[in-house]
Ligand binder design. Structure first.
Ligand code: ADP
Ligand code: G6P
Length: 481
């Protein structure tokens, strides 16, 4: 039976060694959480990295690593510490991530890390080629593996290859800064279908292809000598049912978590208080420092809300070997400390800050309890947290404040949309959200929920796979002509 091979840098499970035993935890991030629901229901395999380097795995645990991944229909790609330093912390997260999120001054252009990126993409290609069987379809994900489509196509021109980018594709003027821009584009053009979250990212990509590689681009097709490539936008959805069901269950659950008990205690002690939630990986693209400063400005501009609001901020540790992430951690720690010191009273702390990963149940505690969600990325390919928040509001109350720089804002116009650099606007949006009448909240959320329910992650994957299937027919037609 033919299968779909999913490939991403990280597998949906991350392995750790505890007391000389392999332990698995779910990966954090939009790609893993979204694709997991697609993978769960299919008969495919998922190829990627386990989170452990070759050096970290003792010889007697190598089989256990393979065993733990096979159980989840996954195949591990073996990476060593040099690969992680050059490919992951280097080119992927010090070059591509900042450049594609318009943090140009953070982008480093090191030849060694580029070489490592090429080498690791080749390692992935080897594992993929070992696992491809006749009739299989390949779906490559994200910015860490942009050379992979061409590496596979070269060896297996018969295989249909899809590529989806989970982060923004920057405008041509930014992309052209990259010294290896041609190689990256050529790598991507090994695909038959290339997908982006929004039409703008698609447009930027097509413009780069036509200006840098001079290929013929018409509407959403690129014509090469021997084949055509389709480019389209597929805004990624969430596993709506999973979040809505968990929220329903949460409301009737008898056994509360410790976190929920603490949240309830706070509500009981200040019945008219409102909780404002933010959840992100600790990443400079998420606008976390901006958000805290804007919250400070809000408390100054509208002092009537002191003692009445609380910002509950969950930041998940991420890429902590990259200097910019270390600096951000320091900045956020200082900001939270300063603002809590400045405004706190004996009975009130303005910010509750959690720097850790949390189990799914606790995410649901936070989503369902906080009346406002404040998501202020400076740039974000999509932002699934925004969608998850809305899906858990089963009684349809709650207000989402969302940055216009997140891909999700394009589908969520009923949210309160803000510019993350405009503190005045954020402060006013917070006031508006806190005071918004319930019927207005319900009206907005009804529209949002309807859309998210319909265009869920399954539909997204189905649309992508159907479009990929269509490309086969287009290629057949080109050949016949
Ligand atoms: P990104 O992909 O940049 O991390 P998204 O908002 O698109 O941002 O996706 C984040 C994903 O990670 C969401 O699906 C969210 O539920 C998940 N997530 C965020 N925080 C945690 C956490 N503490 N524990 C587990 N999953 C988390
Ligand atoms: C974003 C990226 C993913 C990445 C995730 C977590 O969602 O699009 O490719 O896996 O962040 O980042 P990490 O560096 O921990 O894999």
């Amino acid at each position: 039976m033919s299968k779909t091979i999913i490939i991403s840098n990280r597998l949906p499970l991350q392995l750790k060694i505890e007391n000389h035993k392999i332990e698995a935890t779910p990966s954090v991030g939009g790609l893993a959480t979204g694709m997991k629901s697609v993978h769960r229901d299919g008969n495919g395999v998922w190829i990627g990295w386990t989170g452990l380097t070759e050096e970290e795995i003792p010889a007697d645990l190598v089989d256990d690593v393979v065993e733990a991944t096979i159980q989840e229909q996954c195949v591990p790609v073996s990476l060593n510490q040099d690969d992680i330093d050059g490919f992951y912390y280097g080119f992927s997260n010090r070059t591509i991530w900042p450049l594609f999120h318009y943090f140009i001054e953070y982008a480093e252009f090191e030849k060694e890390s580029w070489q490592s990126y090429k080498r690791v993409n080749e390692k992935y290609a080897e594992v993929v080629l070992d696992n491809i069987e006749e009739g299989d379809t390949v779906w490559v994900h994200d910015y860490q593996l942009m050379l992979l489509p061409a590496l596979i196509k070269k060896e297996r021109p018969d295989v249909q290859i899809g590529f989806f980018l989970h982060i923004p594709f920057p405008s041509y003027e930014v992309f052209r800064i990259l010294p290896w821009r041609e190689e990256i584009l050529k790598g991507l053009l090994g695909s038959d279908l290339i997908g982006f979250h929004t039409y703008d990212y698609q447009r930027h990509f097509l413009s780069s292809v036509s200006r840098i590689l001079r290929h013929e681009v018409s509407f959403n097709e690129i014509t090469l000598k021997d084949r055509m490539i389709t480019v389209n936008s597929f805004p990624m959805g969430i596993d709506y049912k999973k979040f809505a069901d968990a929220a329903e269950k949460h409301d009737t659950a008898k056994n509360q978590s410790e976190l929920q008990r603490r949240l309830d205690l706070h509500i009981d002690s200040t019945p008219d208080a409102k909780m404002i939630l933010s959840i992100d990986r600790l990443d400079y693209s998420k606008g976390i420092a901006n958000r805290i400063r804007a919250y400070e400005y809000f408390l100054e501009k509208y002092p009537q809300f002191k003692e009445k609001v609380r910002l509950v901020m969950l930041a998940v540790p991420s890429r902590s070997n990259v200097p910019q992430y270390q600096l951000l951690k320091k900045e956020v720690d200082e900001l939270v400390g300063r603002i809590n010191g400045k405004f706190a009273s004996v009975s009130w702390t303005p910010i509750w800050y959690f720097y850790r990963s949390m189990p799914f149940e606790n995410l649901i505690d936070l989503y369902t309890t906080c009346e406002v969600a404040l998501l202020t990325p400076i740039r974000d390919g999509m932002n699934l947290v925004a969608k998850e928040y809305i899906a858990t509001r089963t009684n349809k109350t709650g207000v989402l404040i969302l940055s216009e720089m997140a891909g999700a804002a394009q589908e969520m116009s009923e949210a309160v949309i803000i510019n993350p650099n405009n503190f005045e606007e954020i402060a006013d949006a917070l006031k508006l959200a806190i005071e918004m009448p319930e019927d207005e909240q319900i009206k907005r959320n009804k529209f949002l929920q309807k859309r998210l329910k319909r265009y869920n992650v399954e539909k997204w994957a189905e649309d992508f796979m159907n479009a990929l299937y269509e490309t086969t027919h287009k290629s057949d037609i080109v050949e016949a002509v």
